[in-house]
Design a protein around this ligand. Structure first.
Ligand code: PEP
Length: 253
């Protein structure tokens, strides 16, 4: 399969809680050795909060950006165990994942929480990656658009981005970490629909990524679709072999 790279193809790696401090540093240094020339690619990694500062220092002034996996919306205060958007910005983050399905479904994050986190990102100048997705039950009940519409509306209606960038990741919950990736044509259709929905709330360019069991074997089938601006990768971003293979496949096409 051949295709022309879009102006920018996003490859974001969510390291979840897979890697400790040393493992995170080893992986970022191994990726940096590759010296990916990234004029038409935007690569970012999302380490654990513990490793972010070191990873961001290693990646400073390189084509690899760093982001937080989650933020607290308060600037500071008595919020034991939490880390604010401001604190992540302060240690070199460019991006933050907001409303990842594991936050929504394991930790009970609501659409209202997601909205406050988006606002906190805008306040401090972090680029939010708003994650949305339907569950298997939604999908089987024909409620995919209903679920996504609700998540988008609660997150974006009246949200003033103040000229900052917004990125959306379409991540069907049933496809995350399951090996059951969404068919590329289905992801394309849903993302095409998301693009139209987003226009109700935001002007300007809003890149939309696909996430859910993306691997080196299937990545090209997503990024070759004009509607899909890139991928948010979980498991396959957490080892050098799998992530570098995936990036190389995108570059070499
Ligand atoms: C994710 O964590 O956003 C994700 C898509 O995970 P995985 O690639 O492992 O399905």
């Amino acid at each position: 399969m051949t295709y022309n790279l879009k102006p920018k193809t996003y490859i974001f790696g969510n390291w979840k809680m897979y890697l400790g401090f040393d493992e995170s540093n080893i992986l970022v240094h191994a990726l940096l050795q590759q010296k990916y020339v990234a004029d038409n690619m935007c690569i970012a990694i999302f380490p654990s909060a513990l490793a972010i500062r070191e990873v961001a220092m290693a990646a400073q002034d390189t084509p690899i950006a760093v982001g937080a996996q989650n933020v607290n919306w308060n600037p500071k205060g008595a919020y034991t165990g939490e880390v604010s958007a401001h604190m992540f910005k302060d240690v070199g983050c460019t991006y933050a994942l907001i409303g990842h399905s594991e936050r929504r479904h394991i930790f009970g994050e609501s659409n209202e929480d997601v909205r406050k986190k988006l606002e906190a990102c805008v306040d401090v100048g972090l680029i939010p990656v708003l994650c949305i997705g339907e569950t298997k039950e939604d999908r089987e009940a024909g409620k995919t658009q209903y679920r996504l519409k609700k998540q988008l509306m609660k997150a974006l209606d009246g949200l003033d981005m103040r000229g900052g960038q917004l990125i959306i990741a379409y991540e069907p919950v049933w496809a995350i970490g399951t090996g059951d990736a969404c068919l590329p044509d289905d992801a394309r259709d849903v993302i095409g629909w998301i693009r139209e929905e987003v226009k109700l709330y935001q002007s300007g360019i809003v890149p939309v990524l696909y996430g859910g069991s993306v691997s080196g074997d299937n990545v090209v089938s997503y990024v070759s679709q004009t509607e899909i601006d890139g991928v948010l990768v979980g498991g396959a971003s957490s080892t050098y072999d799998t992530f570098s293979t995936l990036i190389s496949r995108v570059i070499s096409k």
